[in-house]
Design a binder for this molecule. Structure first.
Ligand code: SF4
Length: 132
């Protein structure tokens, strides 16, 4: 069996109602299917709202205690906001958020006018950089 990729991809959609992400919702599954089948990630998942209680519970299960090689690409809000929001979850599992969280904000690189193809290209760049 091929070695599993050390990259995990999580897309948060901010409930799907937030204007910053509503552009993504109609083609969300098309995008996620491309990420999980075409890119070097172990898997790609979607969470509706990562920074609330069930998001904390999800991260608690997702983050692997002591696994220093895994990197978590989280596509959500602003990177500095993500670091604040997810710091506790990473700390709890003894992970280095600066090195193991790869925060991506699709809104910042094209905003509401980004096409799914452009979003995929942006994610591909981030995945390729993270796998080096
Ligand atoms: S983590 Fe960021 S993008 Fe996701 S629901 Fe919270 S504020 Fe919105």
């Amino acid at each position: 069996m091929e070695d599993k990729s050390k990259l995990r991809f999580v897309q948060c959609v901010c409930t799907g109602e937030c204007p910053g992400f509503s552009w993504l919702v109609p083609d969300l599954w098309k995008l996620i299917n491309r990420v999980r089948t075409e890119l070097d990630v172990a898997y790609a998942v979607v969470h509706p709202q990562l920074c609330v209680k069930d998001g904390d519970a999800f991260l608690e299960d997702l983050l692997q205690e002591g696994d220093k090689d895994v990197k978590y690409i989280i596509s959500a809000c602003d990177p500095s906001m993500q670091k604040k929001l997810f710091k506790e979850a990473f700390n709890k599992k003894g992970l280095d958020i600066e090195r193991q969280l790869i925060p991506l904000d699709l809104r910042a690189t094209g905003g509401r006018n980004m096409t799914i193809e452009e979003a995929f290209k942006r994610i591909k760049e981030v995945v390729e950089k993270a796998s080096q």
